[in-house]
Write a protein of this length. Structure first.
Length: 283
């Protein structure tokens, strides 16, 4: 029997088998869902990238309303869950643009953005009954993870610094300023973003699309949400960095590993490395 004959037979078997048809239909619905949800992020973020902030924010408001209605009225729990998770992304972006920038103390802006984000994150986690294991609230090997987080943070932070020539968020390098930057980037930015993009988003995407596709999709979303820097290099870098952090989460299921890793990337790229480079001629 030729391959053509086999393909014809498989086609007719699938057409006659209700279970196969149902499985194919479910697979197609998931592909459409994944593409639609990704489009809800691609469109406004591409506008932010090109400088059309007002239209982008209007699109995010529309996405917020649409996802709210879908999560309220859709019967399939799995789809409702992922829609509720994607609701968090417009909230984060709208928070980013609604909080004023504090020129004298730029770190305050991060505190005012990421602290309120913990409220919807907690609501979604409780409402969807996500377990401690799913969220990565696993504190085994924390002593080993900290130096690993610092090392990965240094490497990825150096790459980011080279790509976009980051501007430091602290004026100089006394220990107190480094500590302030570390506290904000690890305890506020790192924990909040990793809860969102890895503990909740990646977990739900893995359940619907499988581990590999869930990891790739969550990494793409994470990269797209960095369009505000206005450079394709940062989006590509953030996608790759998100993939690496997501893979660490997939292998360890440990938030205490990935949150400090995320935080230390910013500590090095937006604090230590640019100040060392600009102040000492090291780079």
């Amino acid at each position: 029997m030729t391959n053509f004959d086999k393909n014809i037979r498989n086609f007719w078997n699938s057409a006659e088998n209700p279970e196969v048809r149902q499985k194919n239909s479910k697979h197609q619905r998931r592909e459409v869902l994944g593409g639609t949800l990704l489009l809800l992020i691609v469109l406004p973020e591409s506008l932010i990238y090109s400088g059309n902030i007002k239209i982008a924010l209007l699109l995010y408001v529309g996405a917020l309303v649409a996802l709210s209605l879908i999560s309220l009225f859709l019967k399939e729990q799995e789809i409702r869950n992922i829609c509720q998770v994607f609701l968090l992304l417009p909230i984060l972006r709208l928070m980013n643009f609604s909080v004023p920038f504090f020129p004298e103390s730029p770190l305050l802006s991060f505190v005012f953005v990421y602290t309120p984000m913990l409220i919807p994150l907690t609501i979604v986690a409780i409402r969807q009954q996500l377990t401690y294991d799913q969220l990565g609230l696993n504190f085994k090997n924390v002593g080993y993870y900290l130096p690993i987080s610092i090392l990965i943070g240094l490497v990825l932070g150096y790459v980011e610094f080279l790509l976009i020539q980051t501007t430091p968020l602290i004026p100089d390098l006394p220990l107190i300023n480094i500590l302030k930057l570390t506290v904000v980037m690890v305890l506020f930015v790192g924990i909040t973003e990793e809860l969102l993009f890895r503990s909740i988003l990646q977990t739900r995407l893995e359940e619907i699309f499988g581990s590999r596709n869930g990891l790739v999709l969550s990494s793409l979303v994470f990269g797209l949400m960095n369009s505000g820097y206005g450079t394709s290099y940062e989006i590509l870098y953030a996608s790759v960095a998100g993939f690496l952090i997501g893979y660490l989460f997939y292998k360890t299921r440990s938030l205490p590993l990935i949150a400090p890793t995320h935080g230390f990337i910013s500590v090095f790229s937006f604090g230590i490395l640019p100040l060392m480079g600009y102040g000492s001629g090291f780079f």
